[in-house]
Design a protein around this ligand. Structure first.
Ligand code: CU
Length: 350
């Protein structure tokens, strides 16, 4: 209701301004143009000042209102550098914004037309051109350079001890695959994808696939203070792995493998304390509009200690074993993974 009233009020203000403008137009004709023009100019100049002050107040108010709704501290080591980059960018552009807007509105007010002076014709000044081209160019190039350095470190080769996890987006959830004991993710072939018993199209002729685990509840389990490299892809349309708490983000593109790596530094348990929220969970959001179920593509991440991770890992069954009654059998041919178990349905129905 208050929203409707606000809109109605804004509409009313516009109607009033329009009517005043109309009225002053007629008055111009009746009472001589110059006098009225000056009055209109003065009104406009003061309205501009009011707009500037209100606008600045609004910006400040938004920032203070939303300050405690911001994300908690970065949960990854790399995220700290990105936060610094963000804050420096905000500071530099904020200062420039404030100065340029103040000057813009001040000039509009100070040099409003009074009919008593003409504009000063000032066509060109090389020195000025040089200054206002070079300084912004250097500032912008520096900001971009820091961004590029961060981008390259995020997408570069991960440290040798990094854990590897595959994250595949599909309409509408995330499929998470762990490499199992051999530490190697087996080959995938999109032609083998089958929602019943091979959600990722694992090639059963590749031995590396035999111990691969696909998390049953779609949870991404990672170890605190240990780098993790995500191998990202998509089964259908473009999705995007958004890890806001870790300040990481990467497109999941069908047919293309993208990667990013980071080092989580705050466990889920610690983050519950930091945020004072006992129900806190790290989440994977899909940051790319991908269809009607886009809103529901929420995955969860558990950051745990190495011991907790090993405990969790010990409870996981390889995807091959979960989908085949006799996992000890020789690597199957195309026809092998036929039998279904309830656990498979649990994955595919998610
Ligand atoms: Cu999506």
């Amino acid at each position: 209701m208050s929203g409707f009233l606000t809109i109605a009020l804004i509409g009313l203000v516009f109607v009033i301004i329009y009517q005043i403008a109309k009225a002053s137009e007629y008055a111009t004709i009746l009472r001589g143009e110059e006098k009225i023009n000056n009055r209109v100019n003065r009104t406009m100049a003061w309205l501009l000042v009011a707009f500037f002050v209100l606008g600045m107040w609004g910006i400040w108010k938004c920032h203070t209102l939303l300050a405690d709704k911001m994300l908690p501290v970065s949960a990854s080591v790399q995220g700290e550098a990105y936060d610094t980059m963000f804050n420096v960018t905000l500071l530099v552009t904020g200062i420039v914004f404030f100065i340029t807007q103040t000057v813009l509105f001040w000039f509009a007010f100070r040099y409003q037309s009074t009919g008593k002076r003409t504009a000063f014709f000032y066509a060109h000044n090389n020195k000025l051109e040089l200054i206002w081209t070079t300084i912004p160019a250097i500032a912008m190039a520096s900001l971009v350079a820091v961004g590029l350095r961060n981008w390259m470190s995020m997408t570069a080769e991960a440290p040798k001890d990094a854990a590897i996890v595959e994250v595949i987006g599909k309409q509408f959830n995330w499929l998470i695959r762990y490499p199992g004991k051999d530490g190697v993710l087996g080959k995938r072939d999109f032609r083998k994808i089958n929602d019943a018993d091979n959600v990722l199209g694992l090639d059963w002729n590749d031995k590396d696939n035999m111990d691969d685990i696909i998390a049953q509840n779609g949870e991404l389990h990672i170890v605190v203070n240990k780098p993790v490299k995500l191998i990202i892809g998509s089964r259908d349309v473009i999705h995007d792995v958004g890890l806001a708490h870790f300040r990481m983000k990467m497109d999941a593109v069908p047919g293309i493998v993208t990667t990013m790596w980071f080092t989580p530094k705050v466990t889920t348990a610690q983050m519950k304390e930091i945020t004072g929220n006992p129900n806190f969970v790290y989440e994977i959001s899909c940051d790319q509009m991908c269809g009607k179920g886009h809103y529901s593509m929420r995955g969860t991440i558990v950051v745990e200690t190495e011991a907790e991770h090993q405990q969790w890992l010990a409870k996981q069954q390889s995807y091959y074993a979960a989908n085949n009654a006799a996992p000890a059998a020789a690597p199957a041919t195309e026809a092998a993974p036929e039998q279904k178990t309830d656990s498979v349905k649990a994955i595919t129905m998610k």
